[in-house]
Design a protein around this ligand. Structure first.
Ligand SMILES: Cc1ncc(COP(=O)(O)O)c(C=O)c1O
Length: 399
């Protein structure tokens, strides 16, 4: 049994061992193996003979065929991610998280189909539904992230897919994923989850009934703000459809970027624990400040998603939001501009703390965001939380 096949191993061990198959890390002629799968860059693969070329077959995923089908560096990352999701058949890699979401939706939906999309989805996911999917003749209904088993009433005869994201982008609603996937299974509808916030370490998606788990590897998996990539990890039933679509769309990722993401993945367990701890320290401090309205963090007791989060999640990451009580846009800008240790920038999940203003009211349709106080999103990094808190105190003083 290869290491990747050992489902009894715990996630932290799998992170260390994933993708390090002997055939990818060593060559008996060199007398040993190296720790990390090396960067195999390739477009052309040379065959020994025409017979060899013919024998290789188009569908291969772990024998060299042509650069676009990957090299051992790419397979090593895919393998390592598959190992983290019990029940998964395989993982496909895409040049970004957005590309992974779009490719998954394209693979699973056809003209005339109906899609149930969570209202708290990442904005470009919504845009893909309203843009390319609509143009293709796929109808999207946005649903309340708190709908739970009530999703049953929203399923139409043409509904083929329910898309989930939990906690939701910007507003961090926790969905009742087991209730939704149970309904979906009895009605023959597929489910796909954007699991970027939790990663399989905090929420093994397939074990909770999800058919396709998506991650932006750009965030926590990579963890160092220097590479972009996305992944889809799927059950045996869905995997062939996703793979065929990825091939037809020509989705390929760079082996150099795979090596960067693999390097990040090795330390995901320790980073995630520290991100969660630091984030909670900062969130608790903010919750006690008079200038702060609401702190949107499912790990805080009293948060509307706390009960579901406690039931389903194994921990917390470091991304959350909070409102500035009675402040206006100009005050929010003064607050953010006054911060020294939080970079102003998109993305999240890197080792460094980030801050952005967010405006969910502009995009929501099913669960309207009506809080008048301006919202701020923090990605809490690996700095000492005492320094981050002192920085936030400076920001609040500038309100
Ligand atoms: C929840 C979520 N999903 C997907 C993405 C897209 O990932 P990428 O930036 O790798 O395209 C993001 C990016 O911010 C995100 O926040």
């Amino acid at each position: 049994m290869s290491k990747r096949d050992d489902d009894s191993l715990r996630p932290a061990t799998k992170l260390v061992q994933g993708g390090r198959r002997p055939e990818w890390t060593g060559d008996p002629r060199l007398g040993g193996s190296i720790v990390n799968p090396p960067v195999w860059r390739a477009s052309t693969i040379l065959y020994d003979s025409i017979a060899d070329l013919k024998a290789r077959g188009h569908a291969t995923h772990d024998k060299l065929y042509y650069g676009r089908r990957g090299t051992p560096t790419v397979w090593a990352l895919a393998d390592a991610l598959t190992a983290l999701e019990p029940g998964a058949e395989g993982t496909l890699l895409y040049p970004s998280g957005v590309a992974a979401n779009s490719a998954g939706l394209l693979a699973l939906l056809s003209p005339g189909d109906h899609l149930l999309m969570v209202d708290s989805a990442y904005e470009p996911t919504r845009a893909f539904c309203n843009g390319m999917l609509a143009r293709m003749g796929v109808r999207t209904s946005f649903y309340d992230p708190l709908v739970g088993a009530g999703i049953a009433e929203l399923i139409e005869p043409e509904t083929r897919l329910i898309f989930l994201e939990s906690p939701g982008s910007l507003t961090f609603e926790v969905q009742d994923i087991p209730a939704i996937t149970a309904v979906a299974r009895t009605r023959g509808v597929l489910t796909m989850l954007d699991n970027t916030w939790a990663t399989p370490l905090l929420f093994p998606a397939l074990a909770h009934g999800v058919d396709v788990a998506m991650m932006s590897l750009t965030k926590y998996a990579g963890g160092h703000s220097d590479a972009m990539m996305g992944s889809l990890t799927a059950t045996k039933a869905v995997w062939p459809k996703l793979r065929q679509a990825a091939y037809q769309l020509g989705q390929a990722v760079s082996p150099d970027d795979c090596a960067l993401i693999l390097r990040g993945l090795r330390t995901l367990d320790v980073r995630m624990a520290r991100h969660g701890e630091n984030g909670l320290a900062v969130a608790n401090w903010l919750a006690g400040r008079a200038e702060v309205g609401r702190v949107l963090h499912p790990a805080l007791p009293g948060d509307r998603g706390h009960e579901l989060w406690t039931r389903d999640f194994k921990g917390t990451s470091g991304l959350f939001g909070f409102t500035l009580k009675g402040a206006d846009e100009a005050a929010r800008t003064r607050f953010i501009d006054a911060l020294d240790h939080f970079g102003i920038g998109f993305s999240w999940g890197g080792y460094e703390s980030l801050v952005v203003p967010s405006n969910p009211a502009d995009i929501r349709t099913a669960r309207v965001w009506s809080d008048p106080d301006p919202l701020v999103r923090l990605s809490v990094g690996l700095e000492d939380p005492a320094d981050l808190i002192a920085d936030l105190a400076r920001g609040l003083a500038a309100l």
